[in-house]
Design a protein around this ligand. Structure first.
Ligand code: GAP
Length: 511
């Protein structure tokens, strides 16, 4: 099945099983804003716990914070967001649709990559075991021709971004013959900049009200609290501050479901270091974060680092962790070496000294910062796209979410074989015992087969069936989601069997 079709099915599945709903759906929805349903909120919370514990629990020198969304408007002037948090936009005059010029060009680069990958896949099929991919890529004329086009476009694109050359971005779009996906035409306007921050008014009277912004990143809340945390926590450099919270961006090209939203959540950690050591820390955090992603077991080959074409105004090094979504490799997380830009700017704009006295050096300085920044929603999409499977069985098919058990919203479903003979009561007893440790679901409706399918569809890793034998010897069958194997176990052992599989500690052991 084509990847786009799988993605459409995934979106429908998320709605059908209570993972993600369109916001304000009964009013025909609000663009690029989504709500998380009864399953979605559990998965989201588990992802946040995985991140939070990996930062705050496992690192003695990383502490948490929960700063407000509303902040003093000067913060956004100081951070550069008022002047430079822009996207280059272009309109198609025929369809009247608006696009991000950089995204149109990135899609064109991805097309060349796709062409090369198709050639490689065809050849791999033809030559079988003896296929040497490296040699093929270095010698096949069609691959080489596409590689050359990719290189040329990539260089032009990077230069245009770095020089902020909007005319050149438009020229690239024209030279590449990029058409509007709606109208199919090349009738483009000029490229212009558009600020992504939402604003609102604080205060009740028109004269007294001041314009404030909804934060477009959580990071600034950390920077402006650097002194508070460092002093009250008696933190010594190097140390980090971690935060999870909402961020808002008036994204023009909002697409691919929850990949790019206008209201979303970020998990950010700012690591404050001695000037000059930031690039070493940047490498360390790159490695740590990649291990965190790979520990979930979705296949190392599905992750890669992507160096930025253009460094943000605050960074001296930046890389993205990309995952192979059904629509191609895309960013899940950004790791940035932000220099002392933010703290220095806040020093200047607030007029307060934001320094660290380093007892080992005997001097004060503005710390440098390495940031790791990941979107909760994007991570959610990554996890759910990696877990979604349609499996052909002997007699029928099943849709199963092979979520890592530790992240699954419901850990076990307990099912009485029939609704009589004391079996429902026995099932309830099991839930009453396990519900303090695991999210359990009781299910007695329909045949056992149908109940298994329902649990597969929401990704429940364990189904426990209570039958007549259970009443006699206190045993049940446990059925494993991924293998569909079943075994008879003592009720008393359930907690241990499940506990081992859904343990964060076990997951952290893989990092
Ligand atoms: N403080 C740095 C920062 O915000 P970013 O690369 O703009 O950097 C970090 O964003 C992460 O936040 C991204 O890697 C992505 O996971 C998530 N993110 C950014 N914009 C988003 C959007 N519109 N919708 C969903 N997630 C988004």
């Amino acid at each position: 099945m084509a990847q786009e079709d799988i993605f459409k099915k995934l979106v429908a599945h998320c709605k059908e099983y209570g993972y993600v709903f369109q916001s304000s759906e009964i009013y025909d929805g609000l663009g690029a804003v989504y709500d998380y349903g009864q399953m979605g909120v559990e998965l989201k919370n588990n992802i946040k716990k995985y991140w939070w514990d990996s930062m705050v629990l496992l690192h003695e020198n990383v502490v948490g914070l929960d700063s407000a969304i509303f902040m003093h408007p000067t913060i956004w002037k100081a951070s550069g967001h008022v002047d430079a948090f822009n996207d280059p936009l272009i309109d198609n005059k025929d369809s009247k649709k608006r696009y991000r010029a950089d995204v149109l060009i990135e899609d064109q680069l991805a097309k060349y990559e796709e062409k090369m990958n198709k050639e490689v896949a065809k050849a791999a099929k033809r030559f079988g075991e003896s296929f040497d991919e490296k040699q093929f890529r270095e010698t096949n004329p069609r691959v080489l021709a596409n590689q050359e086009k990719w290189n040329e476009l990539h260089t032009r694109f990077s230069n245009a971004l770095n020089d902020n050359n909007l005319a050149e971005l438009k020229q690239i779009i024209e030279d590449e013959g990029i058409v509007c996906p709606i109208s199919g035409s090349r009738n483009w306007t000029d490229v212009r900049q558009f600020n992504l921050m939402f604003s609102t008014e604080m205060g009740s009277t028109a004269e007294g009200a001041s314009k404030i912004f909804l934060r477009p990143e959580t990071a600034q809340g950390i920077f402006v609290n650097y002194l508070n945390v460092q002093k009250t926590g008696r933190m010594k450099i190097p140390f980090g501050i971690a935060q999870i919270g909402k961020a808002f961006r008036n994204e023009i090209v909002a697409r691919q479901f929850i990949f790019r939203m206008r209201e979303f959540e970020q998990m950010e950690m700012q690591f404050f270091v001695r000037p000059g050591s930031e690039l070493d820390w940047f490498e360390k955090w790159k490695e740590t974060r990649m291990k965190w992603h790979r520990a979930l077991g979705f296949g190392d080959e599905n992750y890669r680092f992507h160096e930025h074409e253009k460094l943000a105004h605050y960074a001296n090094a930046a890389v993205d962790v990309e995952y192979k979504f059904p629509f191609g490799f895309k960013e899940v997380e950004g790791i940035h070496s932000r220099t002392d830009f933010d703290l220095s700017q806040h020093e200047q704009y607030s007029g307060k000294k934001i320094r660290y006295y380093d007892p080992e050096l005997g001097e004060s300085y503005v710390p440098f910062v390495v940031e790791t920044s990941i979107g909760v929603d994007r991570m959610f999409l990554q996890v759910i796209s990696a877990s979604y499977c349609e499996e052909q069985l002997e007699k029928d098919t099943r849709v199963v979410l092979k979520l890592p058990p530790v992240l699954a919203p419901v850990k076990l479903a307990v099912m009485p074989l029939v609704k009589k003979d004391g079996l429902p009561e026995k099932a309830r007893e099991i839930i009453d015992e396990l519900k303090f440790d695991f999210n359990c679901q009781y299910d007695e409706k329909d045949s056992i087969g149908k109940r298994y399918r329902r649990q597969d569809a929401i990704g429940t890793p364990f189904c426990v069936t209570v039958d007549h034998q259970s009443a006699e010897d206190n045993t049940v069958t446990i059925r494993y989601r991924d293998t569909m194997e079943q075994e008879r176990v003592a009720i008393a052992d359930l907690g241990k069997i499940i506990g081992e599989q859904v343990s964060y500690k076990k997951l952290f052991g893989k990092m």
